[in-house]
Write a protein that binds this ligand. Structure first.
Ligand SMILES: [Zn+2]
Length: 191
């Protein structure tokens, strides 16, 4: 990837995981970003270090996808990056995730904000992905891709980006997270 905007340090979050995917360290911007995401309580630095990364990725599909990517990074000993979306209710947020192999199987995961663009209509999603603590399945109407943020109505196979759904998502919409087939098969960029 050649055009990463490295000046967005406000949003830059880096964490280092060891060979067993346990979080070893987080960047200083972490708490700031966790605050913005409204998750400051559970994501305080001291509560994050020493925890398995998997604990912070609720969707099984997303967890498996990220674990597979980490495996490739360690195996190939290559810096890899790919773009993803981390939308807010009002903005499309184009992000990049960069994986850097370190000594002894550790990997640095660095997230950058590349750019933001406002949505025409607000997107009100409620994540009801069951966690390991609460396996209770709540009703949901859409599956959302954790990587590109496109949505698929339950029972269909058509993934659509939220900006192409008009006013449909203005009313609160319950979603669970997964990874769409396009993102599953997307090749990571080598650097
Ligand atoms: Zn996707």
């Amino acid at each position: 990837m050649t055009n990463l905007n490295l000046n967005n340090e406000d949003y830059e979050v880096a964490l280092v995981i060891d060979q067993d995917d346990v979080i070893q360290s987080v960047s200083s911007a972490w708490e700031q970003v966790a605050d913005k995401g409204g998750a400051s309580e559970s994501l305080q630095t001291e509560k994050v270090i020493g925890q398995p990364l998997s604990q912070f990725i609720r969707s099984d599909a997303t967890r498996m996808y990220i674990e597979a990517c980490l495996k490739v990074c360690r195996l190939k000993q290559q810096v890899m990056s790919r773009e993803y979306r981390c939308d807010s209710p009002t903005h499309k947020r184009f992000m990049a995730l960069q994986l850097t192999p370190l000594a002894e199987g550790a990997v640095e995961m660095r997230h950058f904000l590349l750019r933001e663009e406002p949505f025409d209509y607000p997107v009100n999603l409620e994540d009801v992905t069951p966690s390991e603590q609460t396996t209770e399945i709540k009703p949901y109407s859409y599956v959302r891709c954790s990587m590109c943020n496109s949505l698929k109505k339950v029972g269909t196979q058509d993934w659509t980006l939220p900006e192409h759904m008009g006013r449909q998502l203005m009313a609160k919409t319950k979603v669970i997270h997964s990874v769409c087939p396009v993102c599953q098969n997307k090749i990571w960029q080598k650097r």
